[in-house]
Ligand binder design. Structure first.
Ligand code: ADP
Length: 239
């Protein structure tokens, strides 16, 4: 459980403004959906929150602490990110899921209990000994999620975690996202272009376009204020 504040973040690449004065607030225990067309800057924002990228100006605060002013390892370890195109190490499923905990020096019994719990959450019990690179695309994505869940992050950052999945895998992932949020009170930031997914999962939302947050809040999906948000939610093409 963790709060996130993004304050006046800007980012340019070359001479292109990718994020223009972006501010967002995500409260403890919320699931925030970040919606918007491709190229809006959603992934860049998530990478900046996860400290994979540094903003040109502005601040990111987790629980009120400016992440770049604190111990980097400690701040990064309070969060976990799941990427759109996950990779699996060339080991079995269990070792893939246990990876982050071993890095952190967690003891064996604790690793075992957390890995089992995470694999159960992702409907992967029984696959522990399977070679991870022989998994289907959906299972690989679920394993990537399990690898994040075992860390019990306070803040979970998900970048289009179901973008390339079939409905059965989407259902498992969505249930797992909800379970993690409820069970561990994990705060979740979910980048998605699916308004349906946002409706099913999120407690609050933000709509981004062209590097800007157009609007944000609990009512965004049911009562969008800005005409561009309304168009996006109605399934019209906005870009
Ligand atoms: P989204 O996740 O909303 O699709 P991204 O954050 O991936 O958007 O990208 C926003 C824009 O910034 C895109 O136009 C993308 O091409 C551009 N962009 C992202 N990263 C870089 C980079 N390192 N160099 C140049 N342009 C970038």
């Amino acid at each position: 459980m963790s709060s996130l504040s993004v304050r006046n973040v800007t980012k340019t690449a070359g001479n292109k403004a990718i994020l223009k004065d972006v501010s967002l607030e995500v409260r403890d225990g919320e699931i925030m959906a970040i919606l918007g067309p491709s190229g809006a800057g959603k992934s860049t924002l998530l990478r900046i929150v996860n400290m994979l990228d540094r903003p040109d100006s502005g601040q990111v605060l987790v629980d009120g602490r400016n992440v770049w002013a604190e111990n980097r390892l400690e701040m990064q370890r309070s969060m976990a990110m799941v990427f759109q195109k996950p990779i699996a190490f060339s080991w079995n499923v269990y070792d893939n899921a246990a990876y982050g905990l071993r890095l952190r020096g967690v003891d064996k019994a604790e690793i075992d209990s957390r890995v089992k719990e995470a694999l159960a959450l992702l409907d992967m019990t029984g696959k522990e000994r399977q070679y991870a690179r022989s998994l289907s695309g959906g299972e690989t994505q679920r394993l990537a999620f399990a690898r994040a869940v075992v860390l019990r992050p306070k803040l979970l950052l998900l970048d289009e975690p179901t973008a390339n999945l079939d409905p059965a895998n989407v259902a498992i992932m969505e249930r797992a996202i909800k379970d993690v949020n409820e069970k561990y009170r994990t705060t979740v930031v979910l980048v998605t272009h699916s308004i349906y997914q946002a409706r099913r999962l999120s407690t609050t939302a933000a709509f981004m376009m062209n590097g800007e947050v157009i609007e944000a809040g609990k009512d965004l999906i049911e009562r969008p204020a800005d005409p561009r948000t309304r168009m996006f939610i109605n399934g019209e093409l906005v870009y």
